[in-house]
Design a protein around this ligand. Sequence first.
Ligand SMILES: [Zn+2]
Length: 408
Amino acid sequence: MDLVIRNGRSDTGQPIEVGIEAGVITAVSSTTLPAAAQEIDAQGGMISPAFIESHFHLENALLWDGLINQSGTLEEAIEIYARVKHDLTVEDIVARAGVVVKTAVANGTLWLRSHVDIDHIAKLSILRGVAAAREAYRDLIDIQLIAFPQLGLARNPEAVEMMWQAMENGCDLVGGMPHGEKTMDDAARHIDIAFEIAQKYDVDIDMHIDETDDPYWHSLELLADKTIETGWQGRVTAGHCCAMSAWDDGLASRIIDKVKAANIHIITNAPINSMLEGRHSGYPKPRGIARVKELLEAGVNVVCGQDDLQNMFYPFGKMDPLEVALITAHLAHLGAPHEIEAAFNMPRYHAARMWGLENYGVAVGAAANLVILDAQTAVQALRQQPANRTVIRNGRVLSETKVETIWH
Ligand SMILES: [Zn+2]
């Protein structure tokens, strides 16, 4: 074997050793494995499959100085970003993405899905920057790009042609933002256009859906209907889905049933949504996030995502899926052990299902994409978000983080 990890723990707390050969896990054992060329002592920590960041925006991460969102609303964030997006250069995007990627990888993230703005202002210039970043960091992380028409399709017909071009120039998935249109009828047109493109290229769809606390918007229902009509079940993801926090229970229950039937994956972006939504509301203030608990109880695949990192949309973030899972657990009232387990699995097994990753996990035959955590249970992982982590990609040790407290 090339590498053996000794003195580790499984997800369920069992002592394990993991053997790796040619980038693949060849042994998961409760007994001592033979000596290998390289050995790591997990020091009793959990050997977890690596994390997956499923909803992010690389091009505007860390755009913060002088671009402060005074109202704290999504609308102002989009306005600020529209003013500066034309000036973003390839070099600048690659440099900022490098900081993001290295932070994410050191925290244990080996896959990242990024929405790329495609519109009449940026045209394909942002895509060129993000595609260059994907290429620059391909030895560290797998990046998927989504063509994202943030300024609309029905109200911005110029963007439709740009979306087709984006698919010819490096985008892997078709995105969307139907609630950014003027009416639900236009939202339906927006969704139709996205599906037309996705069907032509035979790719998955991942849209920003109902990122608002205005209950008028229920484009998630249109998305579910269209998914079933086109046979795209399992290939469609809906991010944000904040408006469901403002729907009445009858509407929510009807649409959650449809989401389940359409096998749509839901990404909740609890940190940013709780920051941006509810700004115009009096008390009691809405939480502004998807109905995570009800979705989980209905058997829907729920994933969590960072979305933004210190920019006009969100001032915080540290590219750590454990922080995002912890914030999600708070805002979605996930406090029982099985619910904490679900939150911990959102950036792991749930995301792997959404991505369609094969050979994911800690099992013989799986690719050796692992993070060793200084924690033994899901509760410890979320509560402590331990800094000490070792990250292994395809059997190669990429990084080791070691933080030490010195007492005097
Ligand atoms: Zn987003």
